[in-house]
Each structure stands twice: as C-alpha cells, then as structure tokens.
Design a protein around this ligand. Structure first.
Ligand SMILES: Cc1cc2nc3c(=O)[nH]c(=O)nc-3n(C[C@H](O)[C@H](O)[C@H](O)COP(=O)(O)OP(=O)(O)OC[C@H]3O[C@@H](n4cnc5c(N)ncnc54)[C@H](O)[C@@H]3O)c2cc1C
Length: 443
C-alpha cells in the first residue's frame, strides 16, 4: 500500500528561495492533515503526526465521501441565508441553530451572513473553480503511488427533486458556477428518466440533474489507508493532544497534554473544527466554527449503487460497497448505504441528538422505498470546519515555522489531497501556488 511517495510530485516547483524544513510536525490526522503529511513525505520531508484521539471518528471518517467538483462551492450564499432564516430554529430542519447565549456562535453567524451576497459568493467561487480543476488529480496521485484506492466514478451522480420547479434552483446554481469560470457537465432528467438511471428511487422523484465527471469514496477506508501510507513511508504517529505551539527562529515546539515538548523545524496545524484554538496565536483571525453533520449506515432490498443527493432535504446517500472496518453493520450485509445530512451550529463536543437522525430518515423515506431506514448502524455526529467566508484557510501564518490547513467546511475530503499537495509545495519550495492565494489564512 505504501507505494513510491517521492515519484508523485517531483519536481513540484521551481528552485527554492528559502531553506526548506526537513522535519515537520502535522497536528491532526483527518484527511487534510494526513494529505499534508503524505505530500510532504513525497517531497522528502520527515513527518510526525500528532492526534488527540487517533482512534476517534472525526469528520474525515463520518462524511459522505463525495468528490464532486460540480457541487464544491462556497457555503455562504443568499439562498442559504433565506432558507436558513426560515427554518433554523426548528429541530427537524436540515439547518439548525440553537437559541442560546453563545457569543462565538453569534459572531460566527453574523460574519457568515455578511458573506451571503451574490458578489462575495462569485468571488469565492472563482477561488473554488481554480481548486476544483485540480482536485481529482490529487486523488489520482495518491492512487498511482498505491497509497489509497482509486475513487469510484459516480455513474450516475443524481441530484433528485420532487418537481421541475425545485430542480430549477440547481440549474441556477450551476449557471452561476459556470459564470465563475468552472465548466460543469450535466443533463436534466424527467421522472421516468431518473428511474431508468437509478431504479432505487421512487416515483416521488419527478426530476433530477445528472452531473458528469464526479467521484466518490469509502470515507473510513480512505482515511485508514492514507494513515497507513504515511506510517509506511516512515511517518511517526503520536497519540497526543497539542495544547500549545511555541516558535523560535529555527524551530517550532509542540507542547502536548502529556506535559512533553517536541521540537520540529515547522508545524502544520490541521485540527479541523478546532483550528482556531492553536492558529489564533499565529495571526489567524477568521473564525472556524463546527457545522455539525450526522450520518448512519443502512441496507435494504433496493439500495442505490451510486450516490444520490436530495438537495431540498439536504441529504446525501453514498453506497459503501464494502463494510466499515470496526463498524457496527454485520459483515456480509451487502449493499450498505451511508446516509448523511444536517448542518447544526452547536459546539463540537455536544452529544448526538436523535431528533436530527429521525429528521434525516423522515426526509428521505418516501424517495427510497427499498432502503430499510429503521435498522441503522454507526449513527454518528461530527463537525465540518466552517469559515465565515466559506473559503478554507491554507498556507503560512505570521510565523515562518507555522502553517495551517483547514476550514474546508462541506468539502474537506474533496479538497483534502489537493490542499496537502499545494501546502507541501509551499513549505518545500517557499513559493505560494497561485490557487492558494485566496485561501491565505491571514486574510
Ligand atoms: C455529515 C457530513 C458529510 C460530509 N460529506 C462530505 C463529502 O461528501 N465530501 C467532502 O469533501 N466533505 C464532506 N464533509 C466535510 C468533511 O468531512 C470535512 O471538511 C473534512 O473531513 C475536514 O477534515 P479535517 O482533516 O480538516 O478535519 P477532521 O477530519 O475533523 O480531523 C481533525 C483531526 O484533528 C485532531 N485534533 C483536533 N485538535 C487537536 C489537537 N489540539 N491536538 C492533536 N490533534 C487534534 C482531531 O482528533 C481530528 O482527528 C462532510 C462532513 C459531514 C459532517
């Protein structure tokens, strides 16, 4: 599985202008941290990965596994705001904000609302367009080197709606994505055409948009194999929580919850929804807030064999094809489907709220009659790392020894490997790739 990590991205850049670090610590072993670790190794850097809870199931474990450049767009947009205002206070709504005095949350929401304009969305989308063009290639790099399995093509990838009128919102969004400079290949299907393309959906689906060129993966397996690949290439994993980072001109010191101090030449902070805790001290002022989502695994007599999206219900369904190692679903249960959804702006550590799981079930039951939504395994809640402007935070901080990689919100898997590749290029060459400029963590 380890493969030849060096072959993949040599040369990644023009000659260096600064001394490159030979020993880098990566804090966080989600998709983003592990991708950074792997591509750094590919550039000849010795890597040590720290994770507070290496056996836990972070967002990179419980997500829907979609690699869908056709949908990868900034979250803050006028429709989200309109929709959100109507529904956020209902516990069954797909977007939920609890009413409570939480100054950080309200500061985050105020900042988010300020970015919900067409002008800002368009400008952020231009940044995404640059990333989306390159995103899938980074998965091929990993697969070519034998680090991970090659993601599956989604044939078809369907965004399903009850009516033609509902589907028009997706067509408008795709037109706006194209205006921002990204080509999206899609066609429009009527109800009978949808069932021909995806027999598992019911006659309640009256229209769909079929996106071409999208892919998907098995999130727990992808995460596990990337971790193995990093270890196999000599990366050390330390199960320690980093509580502080101190810098000197030539070094970064990590202070961990074990009371130990570890010296490295540089550090990448990739701590997901908690990114701000350590990054704030290095000039990263933009808030990162958890946007919690839920997922669970089901099976049935007629389970979709390709991803299905219900945009109005905000529910994503992904076939897993193989069991989840260490998961609850009995081995041999064919046709597992991961069902994921919800955007809940609560603190990361709060417990799973069963009402959200039921809301997801109720939202999709009529569309998937052959799926047994009442026998669920691996019910899970985890946090998307959301920023107020919907753009990730990737790059150098005020310290030349400290870099950050995170804040990808809904799209940290699709953009994780590319993020790792571009950041590794920046760290090892001292040059900032153009597509990273809009993601400047000091913006
Ligand atoms: C329901 C749901 C569905 C989703 N579907 C998709 C999808 O289809 N496609 C897509 O692209 N994205 C999807 N996402 C988003 C995606 O999962 C996230 O953007 C991505 O996983 C974030 O990765 P990360 O590595 O930044 O963070 P994480 O996966 O959260 O990893 C961060 C790691 O850092 C560790 N850590 C935190 N603090 C410290 C510390 N102080 N010291 C040491 N370690 C620390 C944590 O233990 C954790 O392991 C989905 C998210 C959800 C919730």
């Amino acid at each position: 599985m380890v493969g030849d990590v060096r072959r993949v991205c040599e040369p990644v850049s023009t000659p260096r202008t600064t001394a490159r670090p030979r020993d880098v610590a990566v804090v966080g072993s989600g998709v983003v941290g592990l991708s950074a670790a792997w591509f750094l190794q590919a550039g000849g850097v010795q890597v040590t990965v720290y994770d507070a809870e290496p056996e836990a199931r972070p967002a990179s474990w419980g997500n829907a596994g979609w690699l869908t450049p056709g949908l990868t767009a900034p979250l803050p947009e006028p429709d989200v705001l309109r929709y959100g205002l109507r529904s956020v206070l209902r516990p069954t709504s797909p977007v939920y904000v609890p009413v409570r005095p939480d100054p950080t949350l309200w500061r985050f929401l105020a900042g988010f609302a300020r970015h919900c304009t067409h002008r800002r969305w368009h400008s952020s989308m231009q940044a995404y367009a640059g990333l989306n063009r390159l995103a899938l290639r980074a998965f091929d790099d990993l697969a070519d080197a034998g680090a991970t399995a090659r993601p599956r093509p989604a044939r078809p990838f369907l965004a399903c709606y009850r009516t033609t009128q509902e589907a028009s919102s997706m067509l408008r969004e795709l037109a706006r994505i194209e205006e921002a400079g990204q080509r999206v290949h899609f066609d429009y299907l009527t109800g009978p055409q949808v069932r021909q393309a995806q027999p598992a959906v019911s006659a309640e689906v009256g229209a769909a948009v079929r996106l071409h060129g999208q892919r998907y993966l098995h999130p727990p397996r992808f995460l596990a194999s990337l971790g193995q690949a990093v270890r196999g290439a000599g990366g050390e994993h330390r199960p320690e929580r980093v509580v502080d980072v101190e810098t000197e001109p030539n070094a970064a010191w990590l202070v961990t919850d074990t009371g130990r101090r570890h010296r490295h030449e540089a550090v990448v902070l990739a701590t997901g929804a908690g990114l701000g805790d350590l990054a704030r001290g290095f000039g990263v002022r933009r808030l990162v807030h958890p946007g919690r989502g839920y997922s669970f695994t089901v099976t049935g007599t007629d389970v979709p064999r390709d991803p299905v999206y219900f945009p109005h219900q905000r529910v994503a369904c992904t076939p897993l094809h193989e069991p989840v190692d260490g998961g609850e679903a009995p081995a041999g249960d064919a046709d597992l489907l991961r069902v994921a959804g919800m955007m809940e702006f609560r603190r990361a550590g709060e417990p799973l709220d069963g009402r959200r799981v039921r809301a997801i079930v109720d939202a999709v039951r009529r569309f998937l009659p052959g799926v047994d939504l009442d026998r669920r395994w691996d019910e899970w809640v985890g946090s998307r790392p959301c920023t107020t402007d919907g753009l990730p935070l990737v790059g150098a901080t005020v310290s030349p020894r400290v870099f950050v990689a995170g804040g990808h919100g809904m799209w940290g898997v699709a953009l994780g490997p590319l993020t790792g590749r571009l950041l590794a290029e920046q760290i090892t060459t001292g040059r900032t790739p153009d597509v990273l400029r809009p993601l400047d963590p000091l913006r």
